[in-house]
Design a protein. Structure first.
Length: 346
């Protein structure tokens, strides 16, 4: 049953709603959402059970909820109210347009869903970047100023960056050293990625600790290498895969921070419900990020030990990271725009 009268929205109503804060928004519109939810429950996927008046009322409430969802996405993108309205509008649209409910498949997730999840919350991404880079810069400055003390912080397998190296095609590393360094860095970054996500369950404090400690470790190791005259060697070892790996760590950490915030600020839901809802999204982010860690690992295993040179290391490392973030921006933002309900397009 297609309700053509539902196309289009009242622009003046949206402009009025646009001036609301979150509490007023939920207070003034919450009764309509509750009524729409009751109609959906009574219909049980068959709108004819509502009768003619009920169907007309369903259309009015759906149109209003679609407008509310458009506003919530624009004004309150980090609040659980967005997920609540998405579920409500999706269920109502199925009845209004008599369209079969479809669950997005793997292809949709790979091409659009993952990128939307990453891009929809820029604030946790920015916080994760700051928590990683700030201690990294401080650690690098400390290692240059006091390498003896700084060396005690880094694991034993990383201290080889301070040993004298000849400059050659293999970056001065023996095959065994290259394999050991590559394996340790790759394994560490996978571990850090999942710890950064899992730490969110401790209201985000675990995630913050992982970022701070690993940022300090990265900066200190880089500072020790530079202070020993091995800055170029270290850069060529880390740059081809490291920029993409750090991007993956930041994205997983942002998912962990989102998980923690769902506990701190659950909105109108209980903390348990808020945590479950956000955990699904956060876990999807981590799973979608995993293939990019594999790409970085392949680069690390096959390209890094060959001594590609500074120019190639820079091109590969920053090229992969640029590709990743370009996809986040392009596919993520376009997916957010395209996900507006049909009734909310004005």
């Amino acid at each position: 049953m297609k309700v053509d009268a539902l196309r289009g929205l009242d622009r003046n109503a949206i402009l009025v709603l646009d001036s609301m804060n979150l509490d007023r928004f939920q207070s003034e519109r919450g009764a309509s959402w509750e009524e729409l939810g009751r109609l959906l429950q009574n219909a049980r996927r068959r709108p004819e059970r509502l009768g003619a008046d009920g169907v007309r009322r369903l259309g009015v409430l759906y149109r209003g909820a679609a407008a509310d969802l458009a506003l919530a996405r624009r004004r309150f993108p980090g609040d659980p109210i967005v997920a609540r309205l998405e579920g409500l509008v999706g269920r109502a649209r199925h009845l209004v347009y008599a369209a079969p409910a479809r669950r997005p498949g793997l292809r949709h997730f790979v091409c659009r869903g993952y990128w939307r999840l990453v891009s929809e919350r820029p604030r946790p991404l920015a916080i994760a970047v700051a928590l990683l880079l700030a201690p990294s810069m401080l650690g690098g400055a400390w290692a240059l100023d006091d390498p003896g003390a700084a060396a005690g912080l880094v694991p034993a397998e990383y201290r080889s960056v301070t040993e004298p190296r000849s400059q050659g095609a293999n970056l001065g590393l023996s095959p065994a050293e290259s394999a050991s360094f590559s394996s340790s860095v790759f394994t560490n970054n996978i571990r850090v990625t999942f710890l950064a996500f899992a730490g969110g369950i401790v209201v985000g404090l675990g995630t913050a600790a992982v970022l701070l400690l690993n940022g300090l470790l990265l900066g200190t190791t880089a500072g020790l290498a530079a202070g020993s005259g091995n800055g170029r060697v270290f850069y060529e070892l880390v740059a081809p895969h490291g920029v993409l790996e750090l991007s993956c760590i930041v994205v997983a950490a942002a998912a962990g921070l989102r998980l923690g915030w769902a506990i701190v600020e659950p909105g109108r839901k209980t903390r348990a419900d808020s945590l479950v809802a956000e955990a699904r999204r956060a876990l999807a982010i981590v799973l979608g990020t995993a293939p990019w860690l594999v790409v970085a690992g392949l680069v690390e295993g096959y390209l890094t030990p060959s001594g590609v040179g500074v120019a190639t290391a820079t091109a590969v490392g920053f090229g992969l990271a640029t590709l990743y973030w370009a996809l986040v921006w392009r596919l993520g933002r376009s997916s957010l725009r395209d996900s507006e309900p049909q009734g909310a397009q004005v």
